[in-house]
Structure formats: C-alpha cells, structure tokens
Design a binder for this molecule. Structure first.
Ligand code: SF4
Length: 376
C-alpha cells in the first residue's frame, strides 16, 4: 500500500509510510503527527493500519456499568464525578445488596461484562470489594467482572498494607477478570502535579498493571487528553504504554478519553474541550503509535455517537458496549449522549458507519449467536 497522490505532499508522509509498512514510530514521529495540520492524511493511514489488522470488523459487547460509589478521598481537577463525603449533595455509596439489586434484571440476559469503578472511598474496608465481586460472580456466573482502576488498586494496597500482587490475587480469587485501565490520565509528572497530585503517580499505575499482567489479569489502558498536556507529553504517555506492552503483552485495548469540562475545576477555569479534529487525531495516532496493542476503542459514551462513528474510519475497531447507567462522563457534560443503547441500536450505529458489527466478550473472543435483528 502506497500513499495516495492526494497525500503525496504531506509533511508527515515519511511517518505515515513507516506506519503502514509496519515499522515502529519514534517519539519525534509521534510529536510530528500531533503537530501536523494534515489530519486527513493521518486518518487515512490509521484506517489502513486498522483494516490491515481487523478488516471491516467493529467489535461491541453487551455490558453494564456499576459505579458503586462516587465518594472519593482525592479531588482531581478534571473530575466531575467525585464527592468528598457521603453527606454531600449528589453523593452515593451502595451496599453490596444495593449493587446486586442494581443489576438484578440482567440475570441470564447474555451480558458479557460488568464495568465496575468508583471513587477512592476513604472508609469502606477491603472486604467490601471482595464481597461485592464474589456476590456478583455468584449471582451472574459467566459475566466478566472488569473492575477498579489502578488508582483504586493502589489504594487497596495502602489500606491493607499488602503488596499489589496480594491485593490483586485476593480480588482475582473473588472474581476479578480484568482491569479497565482508568486512572492513567497523562503520565507526565508536570501534568499530574497540576491536575491530580494526590493520587497514585504514574510509576504506581504501571506497577499495578504489570502486577496484574503477571497474574494473568489482562487490562486496558487510557489517556485523558485535551486539557493542559503538550504534544510531547501525549507521546511520552503513549510510548510508556507501548514499552509496558512490549514487556508484558497484557493490554487488550487503548481508549483515548476526551476531557469534558463541565462541573469540574479545570472546566471552571475556562478550559475548553478538545476540538473534533483533535478527538479524531487522538484515535488515529493511538492506532499508529501503539503498534503492539491490538484494539483501539471509540468509546461512544464519552465521544458521542456521531464522532464515535467517524472514529471507526480513523483507526478504531471497537465501539464498546450497550453500557447502561454510566455516571462518570454524564456528570462531566456528556448529557447529550444517551446512557445506554440496545444491542440493535449499537449494531445499527456500526452499520451506518459502513462497518461490520461483531459481538465479543470482555477478552475479544467472538460471540457466536444470533444477534437481535437490525431494522432495515
Ligand atoms: S478521577 Fe477518580 S481518583 Fe480522581 S477525584 Fe475522580 S473519582 Fe477520585
């Protein structure tokens, strides 16, 4: 595959030729991709690499979110979700029985995954988390429990005085199937100091993920972009993810998370949100730079449905799931995006984008069964 004539004069032609030839991009290549205004050329190349690996397939799954509490001992400046105390307006914390009640209607519904994250709760004991996982596992056998960011896991180790391996082993014994990959934000110390200085640092995020991979627990990975980070800091972030993947091979997908400015301190300082082109560029450069992470996700809850459809032509090969009851991005200004989609609608969204919807489980195994029919 050679660069089409229309992109022959692109200022990043050499970088794009490397990527579509399967050669690894350098740090400088990544910075040039973020800096270029040749966004159409970047998108074209990302789509080539996507189609080389996945053809027309776009994965989705039937899942449900469980945000068990939004009480958090930290106060990240980009976060609209947390409350300092359970007595604050808009705060909640569920008992294990309330968690079970929240998902009781999904028994034997073909659900593949519970996505479980919360704030870093200052008072709940570690047994709450193991009890929650084992209760969910017993009530919903066969549903993968994708639970807890690296920040939550690091806190559990602090809370119990145990090693990360011990904490993760106990969670695995209780039913933990994989980690969702949040809490990464931007790894650069400068950015973390300005937006989330109190929580686990980037080295700890990597220690958690490496410990999980060593125990056979796969993870996803993320970057929260579009606030105060530089292009160099974005590429540094991607490079560190790529280095970990070279070492462990334990990451299934990369999810670029767009910053939403509503109801948080960064947004109140008049920081805008990333442009549509920046959103697409982050998807595309994720695909081109992270040559060893198989799946790039267009997380529709956070992008919105139409941008997510576009992202499927800019390198993404996964649109996430039916979701249901997502709070984190809804509270940050994604209210115009629905909180859930039926499987039928999700498949329609993928078909409208010219892609082939393929149902998967949490680990990207294809589900062989008849999907709900799509309206014609
Ligand atoms: S991003 Fe997570 S750790 Fe930070 S304040 Fe929000 S809930 Fe707490």
């Amino acid at each position: 595959m050679s660069i089409p004539t229309v992109f022959a004069d692109s200022e990043v032609r050499d970088v794009l030729e490397k990527a579509i030839a399967g050669d690894r991009l350098s740090f400088d290549d990544g910075v040039r991709l973020f800096a270029t205004h040749d966004v159409a050329a970047v998108g074209w190349a990302a789509n080539q690499v996507r189609e080389q690996r996945h053809g027309n397939t776009t994965y989705y799954l039937k899942n449900r979110h469980i945000n068990y509490s939004n009480v958090c001992k930290y106060d990240c400046f980009f976060c609209s979700f947390f409350r300092k105390s359970k007595d604050d307006e808009g705060a909640w914390e569920w008992t294990v029985d309330q968690v079970l009640d929240h998902v009781k209607d999904f028994k034997d519904s073909g659900l593949q995954e519970f996505h479980i994250v919360g704030g870093v709760h200052p008072d709940l004991p570690f047994s709450y988390y193991t009890d929650m996982l084992s209760a969910l596992r017993d009530a919903h056998p066969g549903v993968t429990l994708k639970a807890f960011t690296a920040i939550e896991i690091a806190y559990f180790a602090e809370l119990t005085g145990k090693s990360l391996t011990e904490v993760l082993s106990e969670l695995k014994d209780a039913g933990l199937g994989m980690l969702p990959g949040g809490g990464a934000e931007v790894f650069a110390d400068r950015v973390r100091y300005k937006v989330c200085r109190d929580k686990a640092d980037s080295d700890r995020w990597f220690e958690v993920h490496e410990a999980a991979h060593a125990l056979g627990i796969p993870t996803n990975c993320t970057m929260l972009y579009g606030h105060i980070e530089t292009h160099e800091e974005r590429v540094d972030h991607l490079q560190r993810l790529r280095d970990l993947q070279d070492k462990t091979g334990g990451m299934l997908s990369y999810i670029p998370l767009r910053f939403h400015p509503d109801n948080n301190l960064l947004g109140s300082k008049k920081l805008g949100e990333p442009s549509g082109l920046d959103v697409l560029k982050n998807v595309a450069i994720g695909r081109l730079f992270l040559d060893n992470i198989p799946h790039i996700k267009a997380y529709w809850v956070m992008l919105g449905i139409k941008p997510a459809q576009l992202a499927l032509a800019w390198g993404a090969n996964d649109i996430d799931g039916t979701v249901t009851w997502e709070r984190i991005y809804q509270m940050a200004g994604a209210e115009t995006t629905p909180e859930e989609m039926t499987e039928q609608r999700l498949r329609e969204v993928v078909l409208e984008a010219g892609r082939e919807p393929v149902e998967r489980d949490a680990f990207y195994n294809v589900i062989e069964r008849e999907p709900e029919p799509v309206a014609t």
